[in-house]
Design a binder for this molecule. Structure first.
Ligand SMILES: Nc1ncnc2c1ncn2[C@@H]1O[C@H](COP(=O)(O)OP(=O)(O)O)[C@@H](O)[C@H]1O
Ligand SMILES: Nc1ccn([C@@H]2O[C@H](COP(=O)(O)OP(=O)(O)O)[C@@H](O)[C@H]2O)c(=O)n1
Length: 218
């Protein structure tokens, strides 16, 4: 079984995916964390991301890291995905305002989208996958699809607890990222839409689970 959970920035995708995945005893995959990791690697190496010409050097860097035995390694832990590189957990560095500000530029590069999608499609179901285009593009034949949304203010008020910024600037940054991500963020036509502003996290997880078959006893 494949379940996709897509939605706008800070709509609750990874928290909901984690709760559902734990209830079902299956892994969840955070596609956004891979986009963030590639962006972080580019920033570390001083690679520009804001032009179409950025794609070649970025893919070369990712390829070279793989060849050197130090690839960006997504670990789909149920309590929260991590990315490791060269024996180090780099996950914390991926959720900074700097990565937030550059990731959408990287995510428009078609070669980077292929790099992410190939890694996700190489995995064996059952799993949940969360991001923007999991249900529309990457796993169009998924068994169950969800699309999460909430007002920009609600999302900013939640995210501000994770960033050292004020709520107005977090809201402005979220809206800007939504605009920049609009191309890959169209909901799959068969996705069930859920407003995560209208309930607590356990309630939203229960709402998703109500649409899914009960987990097997084994
Ligand atoms: N009802 C809710 N549904 C989803 N997330 C919620 C809810 N209430 C609070 N949150 C919080 O919102 C924040 C953003 O959620 P997150 O899972 O990081 O979103 P995304 O993966 O879409 O960026 C998290 O701190 C999460 O715990
Ligand atoms: N399937 C996906 C997932 C993320 N992304 C990109 O990766 C960025 C970070 O995604 P994320 O899911 O970690 O972001 P949040 O919603 O958690 O803030 C997004 O702003 C998009 O630019 C994408 O293009 N396609």
């Amino acid at each position: 079984m494949i379940v996709t959970i897509d939605g706008v920035a800070a709509s609750g995708k990874s928290s909901v995916a984690s709760g559902v995945a734990r209830a079902l005893h299956v892994p969840y995959l955070s596609s956004g964390l891979l986009y963030r990791a590639a962006t972080w690697a580019a920033l570390q190496h001083g690679l520009p991301l804001d032009t179409p010409e950025a794609e070649g050097p970025l893919l070369d860097l990712l390829h070279a890291q793989t060849q050197a035995g130090t690839p960006l390694d997504l670990r789909p832990l149920p309590e929260g995905n991590q990315v490791w590189q060269a024996g180090r957990d780099i996950s914390e560095a991926l959720h900074t305002a700097e990565v937030d500000a550059h990731v959408s530029a990287a995510a428009v590069l078609p070669g980077l989208r292929e790099w992410v999608n190939a890694q996700l499609r190489a995995l064996t179901p059952p799993f949940l996958a969360e991001g923007r285009d999991m249900g529309s593009t990457v796993f169009p034949h998924a068994d169950h699809k969800f699309y999460l949304h909430a007002s920009a203010r609600v999302r900013a008020e939640r995210r501000v607890k994770e960033r050292a910024q004020d709520v107005d600037s977090v809201e402005a940054a979220l809206k800007l990222r939504d605009e920049r991500d609009v191309r890959q963020s169209a909901p799959a036509p068969d996705a069930i839409h859920i407003d995560t502003g209208s309930g607590t996290l356990p309630e939203i997880i229960a709402q998703v689970l109500a649409h899914l078959p009960a987990p097997s006893a084994t």
